[in-house]
Design a protein around this ligand. Structure first.
Ligand code: PLP
Length: 587
């Protein structure tokens, strides 16, 4: 079977044959499918949506995650409990008839896949294949291998990564796609390199690869690393890899330098076998090069898929004033000319929609003329969800001077992340204690795609307080920017590139410790944000325009996918080689 992708148009010089095969453990495909947990999955989904819009010949692989990530419930004290998000792939996807197998421990596991056709704005299709081991021939354990996103222990994770990486390579061949480039979106898919190497060497796991074998694999692989947090890089012990991958494969990967401190390091494996690697923001590339000094690591700053994250009212406004924005996000620069009163009236609609959702969920009636701050993200300790509560009296005082302040929180903690869960509990407790007349703080349950879209569009200021340098990029502030919402944030991740002080938002200054950074946060709120909001709404509207014109026009996946195409997938030299191959094939 040839690629199912039609190619009605294209901006870029793609080869006429072959596809990019994109691998990601999570992909936010559709709001009804619980196949993502947070930033990585949203980024993957936005990448594919923009690839489809731009006619990039690309197919994607992930796991079915039949039991999803989890649905979050919070009791009145902010204690989190989790519920399985069972879904049925047949409701959204078509089953492909092909079957492949992978070996896991001493077992042969059958794998099938479900196809979801992601259709771009102009009709180009990016097929997403969801690998699934829930088949009659498999044992009960193996049937569950593709059920839980980030569930279970590291044994379960390594088995899942065999299905994704090694299973994915076999599946893409079985489906009949000709692949020019394999893109590993994070290290979870790094075992695809092992499958390619074995294929190159004629099959089984025995034998020693030549330099030429290795070079041929490297020629086809590119890799994106997504986090500077050490725990975010998958590692497996030698004992585990001998048991699960097998002794021969373990010995081979060890010889090839993929173990560090006695552990198989998936980032190292991906880097060793990639001709190109990148981090997801300028600062993140610097940090990544320090972590892996042997490798050249480029940076391609993340973005978001603009039409997915811009609220309905703002979409209408843009369609009226800069109708070309959907086709080419660079036209968003022309928002600089929008009438201030229309900008304000449009944002007010998105804000009312958010506040009415808050009322429905919590019974709390927030006010639409009060400065409203949003903070929502996966609750990891380095993100410091409680920084704003460092000095509660100061916060109350700021709210009083402002004539009111509203703060909307949301975020899930991983089920096994006890410190993260404790943080949610603390935010909810502090919120209850501090909420009074002029300060209102709410915590919304079950942060997901839909809630993320509402919050980033509806608040007045987007707050982000990570501890430097652990934020690789962050994308929620980009969604806010596209909706005309300025950020108040630590200078880390994307914000180093996006912050023009007092123009697209504000920087929280670096301090020696949390307390100093909290002080800077209060000072910025008190001296810059609140006075501007209260005294000069026209000036505020100009700030809103700036966030779209300067940051929305750049921090989008329309630009990002073009950068991947030119720098990672088809740099000029590679394109030449592919063209020569095609000519030879044609003769
Ligand atoms: C955008 C988004 C994220 C990622 O945003 P960060 O700024 O990296 O936290 C996570 N979860 C959801 C639901 C999102 O929509």
């Amino acid at each position: 079977m040839q690629s199912t992708s039609s190619r009605p148009f294209s901006y870029e010089p793609f080869p006429t044959a072959g596809v990019v095969a994109y691998f990601s453990m999570e992909i936010a495909i559709n709001p009804g499918m619980p196949t993502y947990s947070g930033g990585l999955g949203v980024l993957a989904g936005d990448t594919l949506r923009s690839a489809a819009d731009q006619g990039v010949p690309l197919v994607a692989f992930t796991l079915a995650h039949r039991k999803g990530y989890f649905q979050q419930h919070l009791d009145s004290q902010g204690v989190q409990s989790e519920e399985v998000q069972q879904w049925n792939p047949a409701d959204f996807c078509t089953e492909e008839p092909v079957r492949i197998t992978v070996s896991v421990e001493d077992r042969v596991v059958q794998v099938r896949c479900w196809r979801y056709d992601l259709v771009g704005r102009y009709g180009h299709v990016v097929p997403i294949y969801l690998l699934d081991t829930d088949l009659d021939g498999n044992s009960g354990w193996d049937r569950g291998l593709t059920d839980h996103l980030y569930g279970g222990d590291t044994n379960y994770r390594l088995q899942q990564e065999i299905v994704l990486g090694m299973g994915g390579v076999r599946m893409v061949n079985a489906l009949g796609h000709r692949v020019n480039v394999y893109h590993m979106n994070e290290g979870h898919a790094a075992l695809l390199t092992l499958a390619l190497l074995e294929h190159q060497m004629g099959g089984g796991p025995i034998g020693a690869p030549t330099e030429a074998d290795l070079a041929l694999v490297r020629q086809r692989c590119v890799f994106t690393t997504h986090t500077p947090v050490p725990a975010g890089h998958d590692r497996f012990s030698i004992e585990q890899t001998i048991r699960i991958l097998g002794g021969d494969r373990t010995a081979r990967l060890e010889k090839l330098g993929c173990y560090r401190d006695g552990m198989l390091n998936m980032t190292l494996l991906a880097l060793r076998f990639s001709r190109y690697a990148n981090a997801v923001a300028m600062q993140h590339a610097k940090v990544s090069r320090e972590m892996f000094p042997e490798f050249p690591i480029d940076s391609i700053t993340n973005g978001v898929h603009a039409p997915t994250w811009v609220s309905d009212p703002v979409q209408k406004l843009l369609d009226t004033h800069v109708p070309a924005w959907r086709r080419d996000n660079l036209y968003l620069r022309n928002v600089i000319d929008l009438p201030e009163n229309e900008m304000l009236a449009t944002h007010a609609q998105a804000k009312r929609a958010l506040l009415s959702e808050v009322a429905t969920r919590t019974g709390r009636m927030l006010k639409d003329d009060v400065l409203t701050i949003g903070f929502a993200r996966r609750v990891a300790t380095y993100k410091r969800a409680t920084l704003l509560f460092t000095d509660p009296e100061r916060l109350v005082e700021i709210a009083n001077k402002a004539g009111g302040l509203q703060i909307i929180y949301a975020g899930k903690a991983h089920p096994q992340d006890e410190p993260g869960k404790a943080l949610i509990h603390k935010v909810v407790e502090d919120a209850a204690r501090l909420s009074g007349n002029l300060l209102q703080i709410v915590y919304l349950e079950n942060y997901d795609w839909a809630l993320g879209a509402m919050m980033t569009a509806g608040v007045d200021v987007w707050l982000n307080t990570p501890k430097r340098p652990y934020e690789a990029s962050g994308t929620s502030g980009m969604k806010a920017a596209l909706n005309g919402v300025p950020s108040l944030s630590i200078l880390d991740g994307w914000w180093i590139e996006g912050c023009i002080e007092g123009f697209t938002g504000w920087a929280i200054e670096d301090g020696a410790n949390d307390a100093e950074e909290a002080t800077s946060l209060y000072r910025k709120l008190e001296a810059a944000v609140v006075p501007l909001y209260l005294s000069d709404r026209t000036h505020w509207a100009r700030l809103m325009r700036n966030t779209i014109a300067f940051n929305g026009s750049y921090f989008n996946t329309n630009r990002m996918v073009k950068q991947y195409t030119r720098n990672a997938y088809y740099p000029v030299q590679l394109l030449q080689r592919v063209k020569v191959e095609e000519e030879q094939l044609a003769v």
